[in-house]
Design a protein around this ligand. Structure first.
Ligand code: SF4
Length: 317
């Protein structure tokens, strides 16, 4: 399997680039993710020409609140915003080959959503800002899966991020080989149950969107499709939704499974719904059923195997 290109804050890979000369190595990223992802490290502050070590920096709100907060040396208040914005302007447009990004939280450059900003007197103004590089990245690539490393400790958010990276990579490969109506329908067909587990409303809307591929240019439909798809995928699938989808899949084996086998799968879906077993248990039973009674339509469903089993993601949710 070719590794998927994913960007990462360099300090998370163990590079000693932080302002104090240290790093924030993430073992999950270096040991697990790097088996499947080609992790591409970037340090915006180093790229912008700051040294290691360097004074700590923070975001300061300007007096004109319509303007973005500016990067400032915490101790002296010196404004050092320009170099990092210039670096972002040069670098962000070159990141189009990435299929995901893991960012270091709380940093005024890399933090995704819980970065503090301060006023001129040094008092905290907000606790929910994004760092300068992170905001440029998500503005330029709104459907790119992006997550903070700290949030990857939550098994649901971790699974969700990795699932999104695999979906997005699949989509990008499709686009690169020139899109046709048949390929778009195939993509949707393969990922129907996956989408249904995340958002039934989007699942229905996209079904309608794809029912007429003639009246609007295909590229416009594809843009609309993938934006809605990736937005729906951002919300982790809930237990109830997974249980519904699995019961639906079980229906495909009507008349094939013995009633005792069918009851066992139903029981395991019930146990999963009530948080007594992880998702991998009923999912494995469904996959075994599909192997015993091969079904082309089910076989192609990404929902049954959205990423490599060795990541063990469904053991923890
Ligand atoms: S958080 Fe970002 S800017 Fe800060 S050291 Fe890590 S990679 Fe560099």
């Amino acid at each position: 399997m070719n590794k998927i290109s994913v960007g990462i804050s360099a300090c998370l890979l163990g590079a000693e680039v932080r302002h104090d000369g240290g790093h924030k190595r993430s073992h999950f990223c270096t040991d697990s993710l790097s088996r499947y992802f080609d992790m591409r490290p970037l340090c915006p502050e180093l790229g912008a020409g700051f040294s290691v070590p360097r004074p700590a920096m923070r975001l300061v709100e300007p007096t004109d609140l319509d303007k973005p907060a500016r990067l400032t040396i915490s101790r002296t208040g010196r404004d050092v915003d320009e170099p990092i914005r210039n670096w972002c302007q040069r670098t962000v447009p070159q990141l189009g080959s990435l299929r995901g990004y893991v960012l270091m939280g709380k940093s005024p450059s890399c933090g995704l959503e819980r970065v503090r900003t301060y006023n001129g007197e040094g008092n905290v103004q907000r606790r929910d800002a994004a760092g300068i590089f992170a905001s440029e990245l998500i503005n330029a690539y709104p459907i790119l899966p992006v997550e903070e490393e700290g949030r990857l400790n939550d098994p649901n958010l971790r699974e969700n991020f990795i699932e999104r990276v695999f979906v997005f990579d699949d989509w990008c490969q499709l686009i690169e080989t020139s899109l046709t109506p048949a390929k778009l329908i195939q993509f949707h067909s393969r990922r129907k149950f996956q989408l249904l587990a995340h958002c039934e409303k989007t699942y229905r809307q996209l079904g309608v969107l794809l029912s007429d591929l003639k009246s609007t240019p295909l590229e416009n439909i594809a843009d609309q499709y993938i934006c809605a798809f990736m937005l729906a995928m951002k919300k982790p699938a809930m237990r109830g939704a997974h249980a519904n989808v699995m019961l639906h899949l079980l229906g495909f084996f009507r008349g094939q499974l013995e009633s005792v086998e069918r009851d066992a799968i139903q029981q395991s879906i019930h146990n999963y719904l009530h948080d007594q077993v992880p998702l991998v248990v009923p999912m494995t039973l469904l996959r075994i059923a599909e192997r015993r009674f091969p079904n082309q339509y089910l076989h192609q469903q990404a929902y049954l195997a959205p990423y490599p089993d060795a990541l063990g993601l469904r053991n923890a949710i």
